[in-house]
Design a protein around this ligand. Structure first.
Ligand code: DGP
Length: 112
């Protein structure tokens, strides 16, 4: 399968990895939109949140508790934002489920 994020998770394409375990991979975004901006992905290929199965619930829980821990490690004591873009209208450009974690500055809502 020709998927950029599968290749990054497999170490075939270099990335600035901040966390890895048997199920998930976290790395800094190549085009950061905040002082801290990293992505958390499952190692297994899932196209988007829309393609999740009920049996993926544990994996998603693991991603979110890891986001909590990584945010702490990255010093995001003032808060942070988790973003998931889904499909064309949702602004998803890479078809492998990924959660953006942004912080380190005051983030406005709604975003521009
Ligand atoms: P989205 O628009 O939600 O699909 O976000 C995809 C993000 O992936 C975008 O913020 C830029 C990032 N990205 C794209 N290609 C690469 C890459 O090769 N390396 C890294 N580290 N990030 C990438």
């Amino acid at each position: 399968m020709d998927c950029l994020f599968c290749k990054i998770a497999a170490g075939e394409i270099p990335s600035d990895c901040i966390y890895e375990d048997e199920k998930i991979f976290a790395f800094r975004d190549i085009d950061p939109q905040a002082p801290v901006h990293f992505l958390v992905i499952p190692k297994v290929h899932i196209e988007s949140l829309d393609a999740l199965k009920d049996s993926d619930a544990g994996l998603i829980g693991h991603i979110f508790t890891t986001i909590r821990d990584l945010a702490k490690k990255e010093g995001l004591t003032g808060g942070y934002r988790v973003v998931n873009n889904i499909g064309k209208d949702g602004g998803q450009s890479v078809a492998h489920l990924h959660f953006h974690v942004l912080g380190g500055r005051s983030l406005q809502w709604p975003p521009g």
